[in-house]
Ligand binder design. Structure first.
Ligand SMILES: [Fe+2]
Length: 114
């Protein structure tokens, strides 16, 4: 899916931020917040929702790859908590937008997705 390209690019940003943190270099925090907002709006609320609403039920109905669908669904839910750090799904704002403690926390659950 072309939409996965957006996620791959954000993961590259997260990776760069991780590298900068590891090497104690500065990074622009607004880039991380913007990336988390993009993940929330495009990947989680749009792309993953389409998968959950239209693809996953078809796989389940056909009894194909159900274990994988279950894992992907769990990853979606986990990623949503990590992106914002707030399980209630409150609207994203600069004040409330807390990217995962470590960028890798989001990268881990979504990397198998792409
Ligand atoms: Fe996907």
């Amino acid at each position: 899916m072309r939409e996965h390209g957006v996620l791959k690019r954000v993961l590259l940003i997260y990776r760069e931020v991780m590298n900068r943190i590891d090497s104690k270099r500065d990074f622009p925090p607004d880039v991380v917040i913007s990336s988390a907002k993009l993940i929330r709006a495009f990947v989680e609320d749009y792309h993953e929702k389409l998968e959950e609403d239209y693809l996953f039920p078809r796989f389940r109905k056909a009894n194909k790859l159900v274990d994988l669908v279950d894992v992907l669904n769990q990853q979606h839910q986990k990623g949503r908590v990590l992106t914002i750090g707030h399980p209630t799904g409150q609207p994203v704002s600069t004040q409330g937008c807390q990217p995962a403690r470590e960028p890798s926390e989001h990268a881990v659950p979504v990397r198998p997705h792409v």
